[in-house]
Design a protein around this ligand. Structure first.
Ligand code: ADP
Ligand code: ASP
Ligand code: MG
Length: 815
């Protein structure tokens, strides 16, 4: 004997029902079958809504006609002959009449007993089991229908009955031996109590009906047919990359279902364990898929974690107070008070000092639980032995489940590490002593992020997403987008890294797409985006609350840099080519770095100095390994180096500046380069990285242009000034050349002093040969004291800068 159970979606459409008939027909060729069916999908919910409407004294007739129509449409779509259709019409009419009668009474008295509610709720399975039986007969299967209520007896709550196992099993066994038909079809979910009144096995209870039958008749196997191809690594509605698990143990399935994996109703597993009956979860819409096999045997697939599940709408209740220390029985009183009101506790933790005991339960039970505890502990509260009874809501209970976790150290570390990296605050933790389950409570706001993060962390076969929020689409910003687009497929294939640009903004517009913007035509989409505001952009990043979020700033804007602090505070990484943050006052700079450390994220700005060249990283590595830097000599402006390389008899200063500007080598405002401010910022950043505490005002400099032109002058004004002085500059240049030297715009840290300015160097200086827009950094340290460590190469230009930005992003993504 085999038992097959078909859920609501499996009997919810004509196509699914036809598939059900085929599956049963095929299996009945070599097995006797007992088939359990749910109500058509949506019907049990509609019956619940009908009951609620009647109790509230509303006009409920719409629900009755909805339920009637749902079934009639199904019957008409199923190619039955006319007499059968007519017969069904009559049947359905009778059921609807019954619903109507009960609800009229309910509406009148404004009350609905659990028993009457159970009777109402039974209609769905009663009708669906008729439909399936008739369908089987019409495809030539020898099928009879038996009413589960005659075999399954419950006690206790009529809506969530406790099954009287022995009595039930006896009757089911008798049925299996006395009935000779090859296939017996029975409605799931419904039963009767000791007095013969309607009861049900709880929402989702058809699975349990099937398990009871399987255990009673010692079936060789049970199959639960549903709308997914097995128990999946996580709820597929919440984690798009969830995939079916091939095998798991009863215990794993029980933990997952207890903690919210609805695919199996959790009481289902126990009867199967007792009789050792293998359970397979299969997909009616994809009958060829293997599904998930669940048995007692531990699997040898070496997967420490089998699945992750979650229950939303959880509340935590804490009883706390110094008066609890050493007083026996507090926990007992707490649990007793809640048990007396049938409140189900899902989660328990106690601090080892015994000062607090925290329990997790359904939010709907929280008020009742608080009242129960206030009553139980009234005197203790009065005497101040208990401080207060604290209730927190809007929480989600997460469970990471796997039998093999016990053999692998570090799983809990990994779970909570992943939470920390994503700024998810864990409110309470419990680990079963079997080490099969680590469960913890977080804010519901973080639930989706936590599920997806854990899923990516433990099921590496899939890719993991990194979400980028880019501001600035100028030269560097658009080159970054281009490189992300070009590298996307390679990064995905080689490293399983899925870089998604989830937000994009310029100074006018912004757009968002959690799934990643299409980088082929971002220009058009951005142009029709919503109006940009810094705070609006930041708010959206925080609200989206996506795992591994990185804010990428490719502007030169002080206003954008204001966003770093709040973002880091929300555990959002910052990658920036904008120098404003790292060259702001020392206190702010230190606060940004501290915020990154505190919130477990990174603040990276390698491209602030020498574009993509590894300068900041190198200094960090030197310091981390115990080196100390005493002297820095550097050419840090690619644009100024380009300009000083270009000027000559045939190229006046003004022309060299114009060219650099047109090539995108200068800042948008070239005065920032010519004033030396840009280089001041860079040497300041390097000195700070090397451990020195300087402010921008500590960096000395010579002037190439008068202070009035350094800020706010228009490009034409600046150009006019430069043209006026071309002849003068050329004279000075010739004098330097005749002395066998040439100009370089140098930044130095010498004798604890920072300065920038034009210096002339001799052919022996490492800066003598420094082509085009190259940069040069000479680092003198304890370890590099005779010959400096030299970093040299292209130090400006959108493409090298963009690659530096991308490298910072990839560092965060841990590639
Ligand atoms: P049925 O009506 O067949 O009993 P249910 O709706 O009760 O089906 O259960 C199947 C649903 O359970 C799936 O469609 C899926 O959305 C949900 N689900 C939640 N967690 C999981 C999980 N870990 N694996 C598979 N499905 C899950
Ligand atoms: N029809 C019932 C419900 O929706 C039982 C089930 O489908 O398992 O809860
Ligand atoms: Mg179900």
């Amino acid at each position: 004997m085999k038992v097959l159970k078909f859920g609501g979606t499996s009997v919810g459409t004509p196509a699914a029902l036809r598939s059900v008939a085929q599956i049963i027909r095929a299996q009945s060729a070599d097995h006797r079958l007992m088939v359990v069916v749910s109500a058509l999908s949506g019907v049990t919910n509609a019956l619940e809504a009908l009951a609620a409407s009647a109790v509230n004294g509303e006009d409920f007739s719409g629900y009755v006609s909805g339920i009637r129509a749902r079934h009639l449409e199904m019957i008409e779509a199923l190619d039955f002959d006319q007499p059968t259709v007519d017969q069904f019409r009559e049947h359905i009419e009778e059921y609807c009449h019954d619903l109507n009668d009960i609800c009229t009474g309910v509406k009148l008295v404004g009350e609905l007993s659990p028993r009457s509610r159970a009777r109402l709720m039974s209609a769905g399975e009663l009708i669906s089991s008729h439909i399936v039986t008739r369908m089987l007969q019409s495809v030539g299967v020898e099928a009879v229908r038996k009413d589960s209520r005659d075999f399954i007896t419950t006690t206790g709550d009529p809506l969530n009955g406790m099954v009287r196992i022995e009595e039930t099993y006896d009757k089911l066994r008798q049925l299996a031996t006395s009935e000779t038909a090859q296939v017996i079809v029975m409605p799931g979910f419904i039963a009767r109590d000791e007095q013969g009144k309607a009861s049900t096995l709880g929402r989702g209870g058809s699975d349990y009906t099937a398990a009871l039958i399987a255990a009673a008749v010692k079936a060789e196997a049970i199959e639960i047919w549903t709308d997914v191809s097995g128990v999946m690594t996580a709820n597929p509605q919440l984690v798009s990359k969830a995939h079916p698990v091939e095998r798991m143990t009863y215990a794993e399935a029980m933990e997952l279902s207890y903690f919210g994996a609805k695919v199996i109703y959790s009481p289902t597993i126990h009867p199967l364990i007792v009789e050792g009956i293998p359970l397979r979860i299969r997909n009616t819409l994809d009958p060829a898929a293997p599904g998930t096999l669940i048995t007692a045997n531990e699997t040898d697939d070496n997967l420490p974690v089998k699945g992750i599940s979650s229950i939303f709408d959880i509340a935590l209740i804490t009883v706390a107070g110094a008066g609890m220390i050493g007083v026996p029985g507090t926990a007992m009183r707490m649990f007793r008070a809640m048990a007396a009101r049938a409140l189900n506790i899902l989660f328990i933790t106690q601090s080892s000092s015994e000062q607090t005991i925290t329990v997790g339960l359904r939010e709907a039970d929280a008020d009742a639980a608080r009242l129960a505890l206030q009553e139980e502990f009234a005197r203790d509260l009065e005497r101040g032995q208990i401080d207060e009874i604290l209730v927190e809501a809007d929480l989600t209970l997460m469970a990471v489940v796997g039998e093999q976790m016990k053999n692998r150290p570090g799983i809990a570390g990994k779970i909570f590490g992943l939470m920390g990296e994503n700024g998810i605050n864990v409110r309470a933790i419990a680990q079963g002593s079997t080490e099969r389950n680590v469960s913890f409570v977080i804010s519901t706001r973080d639930a989706s992020k936590a599920l997806n993060t854990l899923h990516e962390g433990f099921f590496l076969s899939e890719s993991r997403a990194v979400h980028l929020f880019n501001v600035g689409v100028g030269n560097v910003g658009s080159a970054v987008l281009q490189q992300i687009r070009d590298q996307h497929a390679h990064l995905l294939e080689a490293y399983g890294l899925d870089l998604k640009v989830a937000g994009l903004a310029n100074s006018r517009k912004m757009i968002f797409d959690e799934e990643g913007l299409d980088l082929e035509n971002w220009q058009d989409r951005l142009a029709s985006g919503e109006p940009y505001s810094r705070d609006g952009f930041v708010k959206q990043i925080i609200e989206l609350n996506l795992r591994t979020s990185i804010f990428v700033d490719n502007t030169a804007s002080a206003d954008v840099a204001v966003a770093y602090a709040p973002l880091l505070g929300e555990s959002i990484h910052v990658v920036t080519s904008n120098k404003i943050g790292a060259s702001s006052d020392m206190q702010h700079y230190a606060a940004l770095k501290a915020a990154a450390v505190e919130h477990g994220v990174q603040y990276l700005y390698e491209t602030n100095v020498a574009a993509g060249l590894p300068v900041i990283r190198t200094i960090r590595d030197m310091l981390l390994t115990g080196d100390r830097i005493h002297r820095i000599e550097a050419v840090l402006s690619g644009s100024l180096n380009y300009i000083f390389n270009r000027i000559g008899a045939d190229c006046p200063f003004s022309q060299a500046v114009t060219e650099a500007r047109e090539l995108g080598l200068t800042e948008p405002d070239p005065a920032i380069d010519l004033s030396g401010l840009d280089v001041q910022r860079k040497i300041l950043i390097l000195a700070r990285e090397a451990g020195y505490h300087f402010e921008l005002s500590d960096v000395g400099r010579g002037h190439m242009i008068p202070p009035t032109l350094e800020t706010g002058a228009s490009w034409p004004d600046l150009l006019a000034y430069l043209q006026q002085h071309d002849a003068d500059i050329e004279m000075q240049r010739r004098a330097v050349e005749e002395a066998g030297r040439q100009w370089r715009f140098m930044a130095t840290l010498i004798d604890d002093k920072l300065s920038v300015g034009v210096l002339s160097v001799s052919p022996e200086h490492p800066g003598w040969v420094l082509g085009g827009k190259d940069n040069l950094v000479l680092l003198y340290s304890d370890r590099y004291h005779e010959q400096p460590l030299v970093v040299k190469g292209a130090g400006a230009g959108p493409h090298v800068t963009a690659s530096g930005v991308l490298a910072d992003i990839l560092r965060i993504a841990n590639v």
